[in-house]
Design a protein around this ligand. Structure first.
Ligand code: PEP
Ligand code: MN
Length: 338
């Protein structure tokens, strides 16, 4: 259930409503916007008489949400979520953030060169996998913590934030000092134990859509993280598996406006995994921003052809420079900045 408080509601009135909701047996999640406080009650609400709440002082209106995700739903934060990082970069506001870097962290030189160039072009985050979910157990599995140490040093040297994939619960703690944003990969979107554990962490999570997941399933996975109290979730459209074989995945651009309508969470477009082809990355990155994406995640490598993973979809550094110029034009056309 959602209880929207009146603009002039006092703290006392808000606390009184929270108390009554808890007495009714629901978990209360509060969000205080610029003008209004919204109280979301999660739990068994079907037997609750809503009119009892409607008449409490300071209450504007009350309704039951039929959608299965309550915290991730737009009604919880109608004005949208903006996530602010340690250096002031915001994801979800007017700014379109750019996350760029190799699929895998491979060496000091590779990650430092990438950091310097993507920062110079205007990126906000340095990405790089240290734990890689590879289709084959014989393929490169990632450098682990030493790789994250290199990426963190490279990022901080050049004023960037870091984002990297966490594949299992035991990796959360050791990764904490080196990353600003935990990435949950497509293959782990429904690893509910991992999601629950990330709900206990106080660091933002980038949740990628599974290759065969519906948008509702994506939002329910976000709900797992938020139910633990971690509201800083960023969703990511990275392509889904369809019957089409011309691209590695089918980049569902329409998922971006759909998510914007259904949820208050920011959404990122990942045209690299979305297409699997270097020549398709720029058009789909531009389309993502035009469709309302709050950020773009792109794979870039100083020697893209020789990248140990995802080489075919990885941009050369010069291509990334060019893409940033084009992205600025599109961003300004839709009232955003890059
Ligand atoms: C990645 O970002 O390199 C990655 C493995 O992504 P996904 O989980 O979307 O395949
Ligand atoms: Mn990759």
């Amino acid at each position: 259930m959602i209880v929207a408080m009146q603009e002039k509601a006092t703290e006392e009135q808000i606390f009184a409503v929270i108390e009554r909701m808890e007495e009714a047996g629901v978990d209360v999640h509060r969000t205080t916007g610029e003008t209004q406080t919204i109280l979301a009650g999660v739990g068994q609400t079907s037997n609750i008489d809503l009119t009892k709440f409607e008449v409490l002082p300071g209450v504007l209106h009350v309704h039951r949400i039929s959608s299965p995700y309550k915290l991730a739903g737009r009604a919880f934060r109608p004005e949208g979520t903006v996530i602010e990082f340690s250096n002031g970069v915001k994801v979800g506001g007017e700014h379109v953030a750019v996350m760029a870097g190799p699929c895998s962290i491979e060496s000091r030189e590779q990650i430092f060169t990438t950091a310097q160039r993507v920062r110079a072009a205007g990126a906000d985050f340095l990405r790089g996998g240290a734990y890689k979910p590879r289709s084959s157990p014989y393929a490169f599995q990632g450098m682990g913590i030493p790789g994250l140490q290199l990426m963190h040093e490279a990022a901080r040297t050049h004023g960037l934030l870091t984002v990297s994939e966490v594949m299992e619960i035991s990796q959360i703690e050791p990764m904490l000092p080196y990353i600003d944003l935990f990435q949950v990969g497509a293959r782990n979107m429904q690893n509910f134990n991992l999601l629950r554990e990330l709900g206990q962490v106080r660091k933002p999570v980038l949740l990628k859509r599974g290759i065969a997941a519906t948008i509702e399933e994506l939002l329910l996975s976000a709900e797992y993280i938020m139910a633990g109290g971690n509201y800083e979730v960023i969703l990511c459209e990275r392509g889904i598996r369809t019957y089409e074989t011309a691209t590695r995945n089918t980049m569902d651009i329409s998922a971006i406006p759909v998510v914007k309508k259904l949820s208050h969470l920011p959404i990122v477009g990942d045209p690299s995994h979305g297409t699997g082809r270097r020549d398709m990355v720029a058009p789909m990155a531009l389309a993502s921003v035009a469709a309302g994406a709050d950020a773009i995640l792109v794979e870039v490598h100083p020697d893209a052809d020789k990248a140990v993973s995802d080489a075919a979809q990885t941009l050369y550094l010069d291509q990334f420079d060019e893409l940033m110029v084009q992205l600025r034009v599109i961003a300004s056309a839709v009232g955003r900045t890059l």
